[in-house]
Design a protein around this ligand. Structure first.
Ligand SMILES: Cc1cc2nc3c(=O)[nH]c(=O)nc-3n(C[C@H](O)[C@H](O)[C@H](O)COP(=O)(O)OP(=O)(O)OC[C@H]3O[C@@H](n4cnc5c(N)ncnc54)[C@H](O)[C@@H]3O)c2cc1C
Ligand SMILES: *[C@@H]1O[C@H](CO)[C@@H](O)[C@H](O)[C@H]1NC(C)=O
Ligand SMILES: *[C@@H]1O[C@H](CO)[C@@H](O)[C@H](O)[C@H]1NC(C)=O
Ligand SMILES: *[C@@H]1O[C@H](CO)[C@@H](O)[C@H](O)[C@H]1NC(C)=O
Ligand SMILES: *[C@@H]1O[C@H](CO)[C@@H](O)[C@H](O)[C@H]1NC(C)=O
Length: 509
């Protein structure tokens, strides 16, 4: 996460949200033909070219990371329904040299996952919103828009779905790549609550995926990103929600020992109170090393005993926690990162819980600091490491719901999902910036077996799949899934021409 209490944020917020002028844009003639054919099939005004400056730039700039805003699609298709997406894919099938990308919320920081240079972008801007069906208890969720809108609308009916923890994040990417929610210890990954997907298959046809007709595909849809279809609607189990408690607390570096001790206890015992959730974010700085903790409790006040209470005893320098509506909490969590204008990078690591080693968090942060220091000193930038406890309880809910591609199941160990997050200003820093988190994850690859060995734990059987939503493009996320070979075979069967596997942005099998 990126925080309000630093000069970096101010600098980047003040920076002009300008779009860089074109790297010599040169769409191929096939691409331009594909754009024209799609435009001819759709109602007028659904395909924008660079010369439609206002519409085109509004779509082009709708990314969280400025690195993705710099790309210039040959044309941007803005479908209004599944038939429009189907028409676009059918057309693209006739132009095999033309690549494409699909964007819903545009929060994936990986360039070319949801953005594209000189090829076709399908943007889900007009396909947004949610309808709650009280008779079935299902929310019908469209891919575009953000969690603020979905949760705010559902709240009118007294229900919520498991989704993003910062309200400004996009919908479809989060739901397709797993989704870690404040409600995960109660209901599993966000994707586990989905029971139906309206998708456009690789042959361009509209298919409705559900467990009755497509048992394997249903599991695959929960954590495979874009590889099994372009989703135009999710059917999601909704659950009652009332007042929740939460917000952020910012801590002085002087509280660090107590904070990391509380984190260690939370990771160990998070499953004991599934209503409690945190994101513990440590700012990687050379001088001050402060901490921000996002708190959640599914009830109007946090318990005075247990894993959350350990944290709450530590005095903070800023505190926004209070009883509030769920939608208000998500909205306020997103506000600090909304105005950022920075190139962003995520890299993930799944850390096993090592009961006898409470030092892994500070060691990881210190290593990150050491590696990032020369970069931090040289250029406008910020790095953070987010510690996201993934209690064993999450997998139990995943299994009950039928399972997910990430392979979470009952009997899972406690784990922590790390996000190694970097933000910087200049494209010229991209290689060096990405290399920092890569070096940290390589260091973890070497250290974790060592730590396990010191603790007398057997690392051979430990299952530590990577979490796609926080992954970097060069991480083999799907390869970390236990059923990788089965899903890869299913992908090849569903997509014999390798349209999604070769031509569409995102993580692959
Ligand atoms: C500030 C911030 C907070 C976050 N908080 C959380 C959190 O609480 N929990 C969590 O799990 N993750 C979180 N994330 C990560 C987030 O889930 C991912 O960035 C996710 O990809 C965002 O979804 P999106 O719709 O914006 O994705 P996009 O950037 O639009 O797309 C991401 C990927 O999904 C594919 N895709 C998008 N739409 C479709 C579609 N309709 N059909 C098929 N494929 C599609 C794209 O091609 C791309 O590969 C956070 C990210 C940020 C930046
Ligand atoms: C923060 O910590 C420093 C020492 O690390 C101390 O001097 C300062 O008073 C602390 N500030 C607050 C608000 O606790
Ligand atoms: C470690 O775990 C693996 C797989 O679970 C098992 O085959 C092996 O015997 C274990 N090794 C030790 C030393 O316990
Ligand atoms: C990803 O991992 C899988 C499983 O280990 C492996 O088979 C595959 O070759 C890897 N893919 C890449 C691109 O490295
Ligand atoms: C298109 O693909 C879907 C899903 O694989 C399949 O059910 C359908 O029969 C295919 N349609 C055609 C016309 O081949």
């Amino acid at each position: 996460m990126v925080f309000p209490n630093t000069g970096f944020l101010a600098a980047l917020t003040l920076a002009q949200a300008t779009l860089p002028l074109g790297v010599l844009a040169a769409p191929s003639s096939s691409t331009l033909q594909a754009c024209a054919k799609i435009a001819a099939l759709l109602p007028s005004g659904r395909v924008h070219y660079p010369q439609n400056l206002v519409e085109y730039n509004a779509e082009r700039s709708a990314y969280w990371s400025t690195a993705s805003r710099a790309l210039e699609p040959a044309c941007i298709v803005v479908p209004q329904n599944a038939e429009h997406v189907s028409a676009a894919i059918m057309t693209l099938l006739r132009f095999p040299s033309v690549n494409f990308a699909v964007r819903s919320g545009g929060h994936d920081p990986n360039v070319e996952h949801a953005s594209v240079q000189d090829d076709v972008l399908i943007a889900m801007t007009a396909l947004a919103g949610v309808r709650y069906d009280a008779a079935t208890g299902l929310a019908h969720v469209k891919p575009g828009g953000e969690w603020n809108d979905v949760i705010g609308e559902l709240e009118k009916s007294g229900v919520a779905i498991a989704g993003g923890r910062l309200g400004l994040v996009g919908i479809a990417g989060l739901l397709l790549q797993g989704g870690l929610s404040f409600l995960s210890a109660q209901h599993g990954l966000a994707a586990d609550s989905i029971i139906g997907w309206e998708t456009i298959a690789a042959n361009g046809s509209i298919i409705n995926i559900d467990a009755t007709q497509h048992p394997d595909l249903t599991v695959a849809m929960r954590g495979s990103g874009s590889q099994f279809g372009i989703v135009t609607e999710f059917k999601v189990k909704a659950r009652p929600i009332g007042k929740v408690w939460g917000g952020i607390r910012i801590y002085n570096a002087s509280q660090e020992t107590e904070l990391y001790a509380a984190l260690h206890k939370f990771v160990a015992n998070g499953a004991s109170d599934p209503k409690a959730a945190i994101i513990h974010s440590s700012i990687v700085f050379s001088g001050i090393q402060s901490h921000v903790v996002f708190y959640f409790y599914d009830g109007p006040s946090p318990p005075t005993e247990g894993v959350l209470a350990e944290y709450l005893r530590i005095s903070s320098t800023l505190d926004t926690t209070k009883a509030r509506s769920y939608s208000d909490l998500l909205k306020s969590n997103g506000e600090p990162v909304a105005p950022l204008n920075a190139r962003q990078s995520f890299r993930t690591y799944t850390l096993p819980f090592i009961p006898s080693n409470p030092a892994v968090y500070v060691l990881t942060r210190d290593k990150f600091t050491q590696i990032a220091q020369p970069f931090l000193a040289r250029t406008t930038s910020q790095f953070t490491v987010d510690f996201q406890p993934l209690p064993s309880a999450v997998g139990a809910h995943s299994e009950l719901a039928g399972g997910n591609a990430m392979g979470l199941r009952g009997g899972d160990p406690d784990r922590t999902i790390l996000v190694l997050h970097g933000s910087w200003e200049f494209a010229s820093d991209d290689d060096a910036g990405h290399a920092i988190a890569r070096e940290v994850s390589e260091w973890l690859d070497a250290m974790v077996p060592e730590w396990l060995g010191q603790a007398g734990m057997n690392s051979t059987g430990l299952y530590m799949p990577l979490f796609m939503n926080d992954g970097a493009w060069d991480q083999n996320v799907t390869g970390s899934y236990g059923d990788y070979a089965r899903f890869k075979a299913l992908q090849e069967q569903m997509d014999p021409q390798q349209v999604f596997a070769q031509r569409l942005g995102g993580f692959k099998y």
